[in-house]
Design a protein around this ligand. Structure first.
Ligand SMILES: [Zn+2]
Length: 492
């Protein structure tokens, strides 16, 4: 194996896929053809190559061992994607073309989700929900085949099961993460129950009686839209970054794509076409709180990749544990939960109701992901059979309302991305606590905090979240700063 050629080709492959994804999602091109790129680089995903990387990794040490693990991890992930790409395409095609009928009205399956979330009438909302469940039952056939195939492949790669494979290549200690989250679930149980009951009461509902569509509807949060106007999104982003010492207008390596195009994705996203020299932040603001938080989140990815040291090896610039880049993205996103930021940047003078809403939402989200992780560890060690009841049971235990068992496969992301988000959320709360301590509550308006971030961003994804946290004085992942933040804002 010519390792230097493998690294060169892997970089070209990653960049080609990013370019293709960017052009499609930014609405510059209608069709997406990653399959042709996969064919061109098929030699990178051979069993022999993956096995050789695994062996070399065992014999290497220091940075080289780290680079080999990241390379093995990325190429293994791509091999799995390559093996199920027809099934992934079939799922996407079904989702795009299926329709549901509600009271004589026909609507596309994907759009029905948006309508459901906006529907004030509960009876009609439930009808849309039921109609969508019919399509999901059909998708489950495709997804069962897909997960069986992925689980079988993990074993062919020499691992006991899929969970074991991902624990190893992503370097995540699932058992430790579960221990942290078990404590979190216990500690926040009454805070969660009280918060949800208080928010559901005006809808005439209790948590026990609420259904999944009621919860989606509840968190739409339309009441706060007036403060988050679409035309302010980009100026507010620029002003916020300027407070930290980053001038987006002068950062030539970070392009802001704000042009309106009919086929452009409504959700902001960031693509690193070449790290750190060509990073694109794609946005088409539509207004509302989550529009602002998403733009800041994606700007976090953009500044992270845009500030990576150019001389770092390819693996540390492009690959690695995404808990890190998600963590930095959350650090910028959650600036939007600071009352002083809300006052200064979006003119919200009285933030208590808004903070109550957003922190309850955040608590809901973390509990949901903690339950998802518990479930995914069972699913990805035992296999798909009879997992629908396990899914409903695990989620209900944490969320206390009726979670439909039919969601047991559509609600699962590949490769334990749920675990990476959870690590990123814990990391983010720890980093912001450290920033507040060093630079004050309004750390986001200080150049010192900007310099701190820039220093850490320069290492790309070379280090794990645990190592980065050790570098700022923690002993590793610690849920306490997050708990303190929640309890401060949600104490009733
Ligand atoms: Zn992200």
């Amino acid at each position: 194996m010519d390792l230097r050629k493998v690294r060169r080709d892997a970089e070209s492959f990653v960049r080609a896929v990013s370019q293709e994804v960017y052009e499609n999602y930014a609405g510059l091109k209608e069709e997406m053809d990653t399959a042709a790129i996969y064919r061109q680089y098929a030699h990178l995903f051979s069993m022999e190559l993956l096995e050789e990387l695994r062996v070399r990794r065992r014999d290497a040490s220091g940075d080289e061992a780290r680079r080999l693990r990241l390379l093995q991890s990325a190429l293994t992930d791509e091999r799995l994607q390559d093996a199920v790409k027809e099934l992934s395409d079939r799922r996407a095609t079904e989702e795009a073309k299926r329709e549901v009928r509600v009271n004589g009205e026909t609507m596309p399956y994907r759009l029905a989700a948006v309508k459901q979330q906006n529907e004030d009438d509960r009876t009609r909302r439930r009808r849309i929900f039921d109609a969508r469940l019919g399509v999901i039952a059909d998708l489950n056939g495709i997804l069962t085949d897909r997960w069986n195939r992925l689980h079988k492949l993990a074993m062919e790669l020499g691992y006991d099961h899929y969970a074991h494979l991902f624990g190893d290549i992503k370097g995540i200690d699932f058992a430790h993460l579960q221990t942290i989250l078990t404590r979190f679930l216990e500690r926040t149980e009454s805070l969660y129950r009280d918060g949800m009951e208080a928010m559901l009461k005006p809808l005439g509902l209790t948590l026990e009686a609420a259904e999944a569509h009621d919860i989606n509807y509840l968190f739409r949060g339309k009441a706060f839209d007036a403060n988050f106007r679409k035309e302010d999104a980009v100026p507010v982003l620029k002003r916020t970054l300027k407070g930290l010492g980053f001038d987006l207008d002068r950062q030539k390596n970070i392009r802001l794509d704000t042009e309106e195009r009919p086929r452009k994705s409504a959700r902001a996203f960031c693509v690193a076409l070449q790290v750190p020299d060509d990073v694109v932040l794609v946005t088409m603001p539509h207004g509302g709180h989550d529009d602002f938080s998403t733009i800041l989140h994606e700007a976090g990815h953009a500044e992270h990749f845009g500030n990576v040291k150019r001389t770092l090896p390819f693996e540390f610039r492009y690959l690695g544990d995404n808990s890190v880049t998600e963590g930095w993205a959350f650090v910028l996103e959650y600036i939007t939960l600071d009352p002083e930021w809300l006052r200064r940047h979006v003119g919200m003078e009285e933030a208590a109701a808004f903070l109550d809403f957003t922190y309850t939402y955040k608590l809901f989200f973390l509990r949901r992901y903690a339950a998802k992780l518990n479930y995914e560890l069972i699913l990805n060690t035992r296999g798909v059979d009879a997992m629908d009841t396990t899914y409903a049971h695990e989620l209900r235990k944490a969320l206390k309302y009726q979670v439909p068992p039919q969601y047991y496969l559509v609600d699962v992301d590949d490769g334990f991305y749920a675990a990476q988000y959870l690590r990123a959320w814990i990391f983010d709360a720890q980093v912001r606590a450290a920033l507040r301590e060093e630079f004050g509550d309004a750390w986001w308006a200080t150049k010192g905090a900007g310099a701190f971030l820039k220093r850490h961003w320069s290492t790309g994804q070379k280090f794990s979240v645990e190592e980065l946290l050790e570098g700022i004085g923690y002993a590793g992942l610690d849920i306490d700063p997050f708990l303190e933040e929640l309890e401060t804002h949600l104490s009733r």
